[in-house]
Design a protein around this ligand. Structure first.
Ligand code: THG
Length: 368
C-alpha cells in the first residue's frame, strides 16, 4: 500500500522547511502542528554521522512557549514538577509537566531569559493553551505567547568545531544546559548547549523566522569541512541513549515516576504545583508499571508504526513504543513500559509481528 499525506495550511511549515526540501528531506512527520523532517533518505547513514562527525537537524517543532511579566516565575513554578527556584538567567532545566491527575503532559526544557521571562521548549502537546488557561484562571500578570524562535540542532563530536567556527571560541566554554543570546550575519540566535542526543552539541534558536534558509546554509557551509549532513533526531541513537519521546512513549498516560523521571519531581517543595497531590498519592501507593529497555530477537526491525503489546503467555504485561536495530548493540533494541511485577530476568516474554512471534528480554536503560 502506498499513500500520501496532504500538505496544507492547517499544518505549519518550519522556517527551515524550504532549505530542508532543497537538501533532500525525504520524509516528514508532524509534531506541534508543524511538519518536521524524519530523515533525508539514509537514516542509518545519518545515525553514523551523528556518532562520528556532526549532523544538522531542523527541530523547529520544539516550539517555545514564552511566559513574560511580573508573575512569569510564579506560573512556571506552578506548572512544573521540579523545583526551579535556583535557575539562573542563561540556564536551562529539564522540567516535566503533569496534569492534575499526575499524568505526564509534556517534558519541556525551561530556559530563563530574564528574571521575568522564561521559555518552555516543548515536546508534542498543546502547552500554549494549557499555560494561557492556567494564567487566566489564577489571575496571574503574565503574557503567554509563542515567540518567533525555532531551534536547529547541531549534534555530534564535531559540533563544537562547527559552532566555534561560526560564533567564536567562547562557545567551547558554554556549559551543558546554558545558553547565550547572540547573532550571526545579522541573524538573531539564542545559542544553547543542549539537544536530543547523547553525542553532545548545540541548539541554535533562530529568532527571525524569515532567515531560516540563511541560517541553514551558514551552518551547512561551516560544517562541510567536518562532514556535516542534514538529518533528524535519530530513533536508533535515542533508544540506545534511553531518551524519552513524550508523544511516542508517554502520551497514552503515564506518570513521571513510571517514566523514569522521578528525580525531576520535587514533592518536598513548599509551594503547590499542578498534580502535586496526585503525585504524592502515587509515590505512597507505588507504581504499577515502569519504563524499560528491551532486546527483541529475530530479523532486523527498523522502527514501528504502532505500539506492540508485550506478552507473557496470553497476558499483556507491557507496551513497546519504539524498536530499532542498533549497530552498536548488535541487536534489535526497544523502549517501552513493563508491569512492575515483571523482573529484568523474566523469561518467555514475546511480541507478535503479524503472525510472527519474537522473543523479548528486558534490558536496563540506557543501552549505551
Ligand atoms: N530540544 C529542545 N526542546 C525540546 C527537546 C529538545 N523539548 C522537548 C523534548 N526535546 C524534551 N526532551 C528532552 C529529553 C532529555 C533531554 C532534553 C530534552 C536531556 N536530558 C539530559 C540527559 O538525559 O542527559 C539530562 C538533563 C538534566 O539532567 O537536566 O538533555 O531536544 N530545545
Amino acid at each position: 500500500m502506498s499513500y500520501q499525506i496532504a500538505v496544507g495550511c492547517n499544518i505549519r511549515k518550519s522556517p527551515f522547511f524550504d532549505a530542508t526540501v532543497a537538501d533532500g528531506a525525504a520524509c516528514f512527520s508532524v509534531y506541534n502542528h508543524m511538519y518536521t523532517p524524519a530523515h533525508f533518505g539514509d537514516p542509518d547513514g545519518e545515525y553514523q554521522r551523528l556518532l562520528d562527525n556532526v549532523v544538522m537537524w531542523d527541530v523547529a517543532v520544539e516550539r517555545q512557549v514564552e511566559l513574560a511579566g511580573p508573575d512569569a516565575e510564579k506560573l512556571v513554578r506552578y506548572m512544573v514538577t521540579r523545583d526551579v527556584s535556583g535557575t539562573k538567567t542563561g540556564q536551562a532545566k529539564y522540567v516535566p509537566m503533569c496534569n492534575y491527575d499526575g499524568m505526564l503532559i509534556n517534558d519541556p526544557v525551561l530556559q530563563k531569559l530574564r528574571h521575568d521571562c522564561f521559555w518552555l521548549s516543548i515536546a508534542d502537546s498543546d502547552i500554549l493553551l494549557w499555560a494561557g488557561a492556567i494564567a487566566a484562571e489564577r489571575g496571574l500578570d503574565v503574557r503567554v505567547t509563542e515567540p518567533d524562535a525555532s531551534p536547529m540542532g547541531v549534534q555530534g563530536p564535531r559540533a563544537d568545531d562547527v559552532v566555534a567556527d561560526l560564533f567564536g571560541d567562547w562557545i567551547r566554554e558554554l556549559k551543558f544546559f546554558w545558553f547565550r543570546e547572540t547573532d550571526i550575519e545579522g541573524i538573531p540566535v539564542l545559542l544553547a548547549r543542549s539537544g536530543w542526543s547523547k553525542q553532545g552539541g548545540f541548539e541554535l534558536y533562530l529568532r527571525d523566522g524569515t532567515r531560516g534558509t540563511d541560517l541553514w546554509n551558514l551552518v551547512k557551509e561551516a560544517g562541510a569541512p567536518y562532514g556535516i549532513v542534514p538529518g533528524a533526531p535519530s530513533d536508533i541513537e535515542r533508544v540506545e541513549s534511553g531518551l524519552l519521546s513524550y508523544g511516542a512513549d508517554a502520551r497514552s498516560g503515564i506518570n513521571p515516576f513510571e517514566a523514569g523521571l522521578g528525580t525531576f519531581v520535587d514533592l518536598d517543595r513548599a509551594d503547590d504545583f499542578v498534580g502535586k497531590a496526585a503525585l504524592q498519592k502515587i509515590s505512597e501507593d507505588g507504581i504499577r508499571k515502569r519504563r524499560a529497555g528491551f532486546i527483541i530477537g529475530g530479523d532486523r526491525i527498523s522502527g514501528i508504526s504502532q505500539p506492540y503489546e508485550l506478552l507473557r503467555d496470553q497476558e499483556v504485561v507491557g507496551t513497546i513504543t519504539e524498536a530499532v536495530y542498533s549497530p552498536r548493540v548488535g541487536e534489535n533494541i526497544a523502549v517501552g513500559m513493563v508491569a512492575s511485577g515483571i523482573s529484568d530476568a523474566e523469561q518467555g516474554l514475546k511480541i507478535m509481528l503479524g503472525d510472527e512471534t519474537r522473543s523479548v528480554r528486558i534490558h536496563a536503560l540506557p543501552f549505551i
